[in-house]
Design a binder for this molecule. Structure first.
Ligand SMILES: [Zn+2]
Length: 87
C-alpha cells in the first residue's frame, strides 16, 4: 500500500487516527466526517486505501471510489445522493 506520512486519510486507513467506520472494502473504506454534516449520517467520506493527492491523479482509483460510493448509497437505501470529488 502506498501511503504518505503527512496524509490524514492515509493515517485513518492505517488505523493511526480514529474514525467512525461505516463500511469497509478491500480497496476502500467509508467513514463519517469528524464534525459537522456527517453527524446525522447523511454525509460519508469514501477513502481509497492507496494514497492519491486528488481525484484526477489516478482515474482508476477515482473510478473505484465512485463505485464504492454508489454501492454504499444503494446499500443505505438513499434515494438522493451527490457523489463529490476533490481536486
Ligand atoms: Zn493519503
Amino acid at each position: 500500500m502506498k501511503t504518505t506520512v503527512n496524509c490524514v486519510f492515509c493515517a485513518i486507513v492505517a488505523g493511526e487516527l480514529p474514525a467512525t467506520l461505516v463500511r469497509e472494502w478491500a480497496d476502500a473504506l467509508a467513514i463519517l466526517p469528524r464534525t459537522g454534516v456527517g453527524e446525522r449520517g447523511d454525509h460519508v467520506l469514501v477513502l481509497p486505501r492507496v494514497h492519491v493527492a486528488t481525484a484526477i491523479e489516478d482515474p482508476v482509483v477515482t473510478g473505484m471510489v465512485s463505485t464504492r460510493g454508489a454501492q454504499l448509497a444503494a446499500e443505505l437505501g438513499w434515494t438522493d445522493a451527490n457523489l463529490i470529488y476533490n481536486v
